[in-house]
Design a protein around this ligand. Structure first.
Ligand SMILES: Cc1ncc(COP(=O)(O)O)c(C=O)c1O
Length: 450
């Protein structure tokens, strides 16, 4: 099929590509201007559309609040709705998180989490704590510092000249790709030791460690080994290094728990949130902070040295509350755990006989598929094939949106998909998704000559 090209955007992902025009969404489906229907298997880009498209309850809350009070002079007033929302956010968070603060998206959530960690140490008189540790093959957002700490080489490399050569990285935890012959336990030991060595090499320099509980677009919903976060957290605690969980994709029920880090015991000090927090109905991000961290700032007498135009605005609070009403009122977290398990099994059964499928992983409705040239050796497919993007395009022809990505291995090679459909997905729609994905992979294999 061919579609008109775009003339008005500064950039498009691919200049040589005709994109369908999406004009409407309803539930888990998107519709283009020719009436074609697509199942939103990626949760738009990506893992955003928690409660589906066209939700009247949220749309009404947004419109009503826009009529009442969209923004207020935050330098002069508080707002009761914002206060109520923050209390609700903290109640939704794991125990011990008592402070919330909203901004406009995930990059800002991560950047403000880093700044807060920096200020936490400053408030304790530790002026040397200005380095952050991230993991290679993670994505934490698109500002220069978020790209730097993130370590997703394919997105980061272009900007390295703007990076201060300050922040540090350790290896990702990707059990599927552990070295041949190494047990999962030994793999975990090595990763923990790597972090311990880094901390020892930089005494009193590291402010925080930041990680996605399940690595989303960079690794295709890869979760850690069982005790990885518990052991990393123990090292952090013994050096008073703050642990920031990047829950931008994994928060608000996406993995079948309220927050992704809750699968591993919640060790984080700060949760960086976005995406599902508003279900896409408004650009929104938040940081949720443990009382002990916020207390250090309070004691110092300094406010948090941050704040932007759309910090803590009533419009965001109204949408956030309406989305939480849907997530909690409709039991979407438990539903996500159930339908996510069902979808994972459907994917394993639909894709299991295709040798190009190396791994199906993830939790809840945060699932990934990794492609390989050879299942036994886990060799990657040649980059020139652009296999994950081929699958993405083929799936569109079967009425399914998925997100194809590269960089599963060393952040540069390897192909995978991220699946993150709305939490309202039904079992029948999960079957539809799995069948369309199989058809897309089969077509991609044919078009790649495999
Ligand atoms: C884990 C993670 N952190 C941060 C971000 C940045 O969020 P945003 O695009 O809302 O700035 C993303 C975006 O995909 C993400 O996946």
């Amino acid at each position: 099929m061919t579609y008109r090209t775009l003339n008005s955007q500064l950039v498009v992902a691919r200049y040589d590509h005709d994109y369908p025009m999406i004009v409407r969404g309803e539930g888990v489906y998107l519709y283009d201007d020719r009436g074609r229907r697509y199942l939103d298997g990626s949760g738009c880009t990506a893992a955003v559309t928690h409660i589906g498209h066209g939700d009247a309850q949220v749309a009404d809350a947004l419109a009503a609040q826009a009529r009442t009070l969209a923004v207020h002079p935050t330098h002069a007033f508080h707002n009761p709705l914002v206060e109520r929302y923050f209390e609700r956010l903290c109640a939704f968070a794991p125990e011990g998180f008592t402070r919330a603060w909203t901004i406009s998206g995930g990059t800002e959530a991560v950047e403000n989490s880093l700044k807060l960690a920096f200020q936490y140490h400053r408030a304790k008189g530790r002026t040397g704590r200005r380095r952050f540790v991230g993991r290679w093959s993670s994505y934490h957002g698109n500002s220069v510092i978020a790209l730097d700490v993130g370590g997703m080489v394919l997105r980061r490399d272009f900007y390295t000249d703007l990076m201060p050569d300050l922040h540090l990285h350790v290896s990702p935890c990707l059990p599927y790709r552990r070295p041949t012959g190494v047990s999962e336990a030994a793999y975990e030991d090595a990763l923990v030791q790597e972090f311990a060595d880094l901390v020892a090499a930089h005494p009193d320099e590291i402010a925080a460690f930041v990680a996605e509980p399940f690595v989303g677009s960079a690794l295709g919903a890869a979760g850690p080994t069982p005790r990885y976060f518990e052991r990393i957290a123990a090292i952090c605690r013994s050096h008073d290094i703050l642990l920031i969980a990047d829950e931008v994709m994994t928060g608000f029920g996406r993995t079948g728990r309220n927050f992704g880090c809750e699968h591993f015991g919640t060790h984080a000090d700060i949760l960086a949130c976005a995406k599902g927090i508003s279900g896409g109905y408004l650009p929104l991000g938040a940081i949720l902070v443990r009382d002990v961290v916020a207390g250090v700032l309070r004691q110092s007498g300094d406010p948090f040295f941050s704040g932007q135009t759309y910090t803590c605005i009533p419009l965001a609070a109204a949408v956030g509350l309406a989305v939480l009403d849907r997530i909690e009122g409709d039991g979407l977290v438990a539903h996500c755990a159930d339908v996510g398990g069902y979808l994972k099994r459907a994917l394993q059964s639909q894709l299991g006989d295709l040798p190009v499928v190396g791994d199906v992983r993830g939790e809840g409705l945060f699932l990934g598929v990794e492609f390989v040239a050879d299942r036994a050796t886990k060799a990657v497919l040649p980059a020139a094939l652009g296999f994950s993007k081929r699958v993405e395009a083929a799936c569109l022809n079967h009425g399914l949106v998925v997100l194809g990505a590269r960089g599963t291995v060393d952040s540069t090679q390897g192909d995978h998909l991220l699946l993150a459909p709305p939490l309202i997905l039904t079992h029948a729609q999960a079957d539809e998704l799995a069948a369309a994905l199989r058809a897309g992979v089969v077509d991609a294999l044919a078009s790649a000559g495999l």
